[in-house]
Design a protein around this ligand. Structure first.
Ligand SMILES: Cc1cc2nc3c(=O)[nH]c(=O)nc-3n(C[C@H](O)[C@H](O)[C@H](O)COP(=O)(O)OP(=O)(O)OC[C@H]3O[C@@H](n4cnc5c(N)ncnc54)[C@H](O)[C@@H]3O)c2cc1C
Length: 392
């Protein structure tokens, strides 16, 4: 065997939440694996997400426990245990942006909000708050305000905590290439360097988000199995109150707001929900004008006149689903030694990692793997969208 060839159990391409959580799960089961990242960890959807560990409530606003809510309902407990260091992976080094979210309606119709979820058997259900318990930004909301035990994570710190558990196995590989023949898959870590390591994994896991489409093409896998659903999100920074949660209107999440701090210590809001779904057809200026009207309606009495506003576009990358709708669950496509994987939601990454690990374990036989690994440059965590100064 040439010196630069290495037999491994698994190689993972793509270091967002899906790839890193999968690497962790595989290695805890004794699988010899490395992860290759093209640019920076989380640089696709993960760092642009709002970091909410959903428990399914937003899928049950119509009053039914549908498959999407069923898939995600155990995730808040699972993440909470990891973030508290009481379950593996131990993420106690990661930071929380908020321990819970709020849920409110703009009209004072009823306290129906508190019954949603409980009725259909979710683990995380809203608790109605008395007026004195409301966060400052929701003091003047006429309708019910409830607390929802969905944590909001600091996504970058979760990626760092996961990567730190696998030092030497999370590589920066901007020029990696993949190919396969009938018997094996090959990953050349640097296609431009003749002596770069060539990895020969028993299982190749694709967790490259939108990049899965190109990798699948290169590997000659079944075409047209991926979809992207675009969003146009709003960002604000300045003197803003702390607020994390969803303003609902009927069965629609009108806006979802999450709060973070930027690297200069400023408070930043990310605003998504229906606003961002519909915003894909708007210019940034038009979307900002619309967001000002929406937030004035959703947050009466909150002065946003001194905030700076910006927008960013982001695509949700998923396995193709009928009608181009959101898949209900984390999804896998297994084609020989290649597993293409999409979590669908950040919150579902642990579930995806379990599914991938189950499949990968069944491919791992008794043939020897090469435990010796070459040294390679480590991939670092990317930046959140509000750190892009050109966006403002
Ligand atoms: C605006 C927005 C808000 C969201 N909010 C939430 C939320 O609050 N809660 C929630 O649960 N979900 C949310 N989601 C969904 C969630 O972000 C995604 O489901 C999840 O982050 C996908 O993770 P991933 O690891 O599959 O992909 P990504 O995060 O896209 O990671 C893919 C990685 O692969 C790398 N890569 C690409 N091509 C290659 C290649 N050829 N070789 C090697 N590496 C490669 C990329 O650089 C990247 O690091 C949101 C999504 C968006 C867009």
């Amino acid at each position: 065997m040439p010196a630069h060839e290495h037999h491994l159990d698994a190689v993972i391409l793509g270091g967002g939440i899906a790839g890193l959580w999968t690497l962790d799960t595989l290695r805890r089961r004794g699988v010899h694996a490395v992860l290759l990242e093209r640019a920076a960890l989380g640089q696709g959807q993960t760092l642009w997400s709002q970091g909410i560990i959903h428990g399914g409530l937003k899928y049950t606003l119509s009053g039914l426990l549908n498959p999407a809510a069923q898939a995600v309902r155990d995730m808040p407990d699972r993440w909470r245990a990891c973030l508290a260091g009481k379950a593996e992976p131990d993420l106690s080094r990661a930071k929380l942006r908020a321990p819970h979210c709020h849920l409110w309606r703009t009209e004072s119709l009823s306290s129906k909000v508190a019954m949603i979820g409980a009725k259909v058997g979710l683990r995380v259900t809203p608790t109605t708050l008395h007026s004195g318990e409301r966060p400052e930004a929701l003091r003047h909301v006429p309708g019910t305000v409830a607390r929802l035990e969905e944590q909001v994570i600091d996504v970058a710190s979760v990626l760092s905590a996961l990567a730190a558990r696998h030092a030497g196995r999370v590589w920066l590989a901007p020029r990696a290439s993949v190919d396969r023949d009938d018997t094996r898959v090959r990953v050349t870590v640097d296609a431009a360097a003749p002596d770069a390591p060539v990895l020969l994994p028993r299982t190749l896991v694709l967790t490259a988000g939108a990049g899965n489409a190109m990798l699948r093409d290169r590997l000659g896998l079944q075409p047209n199995q991926t979809q992207v659903r675009p969003l146009h999100q709003v960002m604000m920074r300045g003197e803003l109150p702390e607020l994390n949660g969803h303003c609902v209107d009927g069965s629609v999440t009108r806006v979802t707001i999450t709060t973070a701090k930027d690297s200069a210590g400023r408070t930043v809001w990310q605003v998504g929900g229906q606003l961002a779904e519909e915003g894909v057809h708007r210019t940034p200026e038009d979307l900002i004008a619309h967001a000002k009207r929406e937030l004035a309606a959703c947050l009466p009495g909150v002065d946003l006149s001194r905030a700076e506003w910006a927008t960013y576009r982001a695509d949700r990358a998923e396995m193709k689903a009928p009608g181009a709708l959101r898949p209900d669950d984390a999804t896998l496509l297994v084609e020989g030694p290649v597993i293409s994987a999409w979590p669908t939601k950040l919150a579902l990454a642990p579930r995806l990692a379990d599914l991938v690990t189950e499949r990968a374990m069944s491919a791992i036989g008794s043939a020897a793997v090469d435990q010796r690994l070459p040294e390679w440059e480590a991939a670092g965590v990317g930046a959140e969208p509000w750190e892009d100064q050109h966006a403002w």
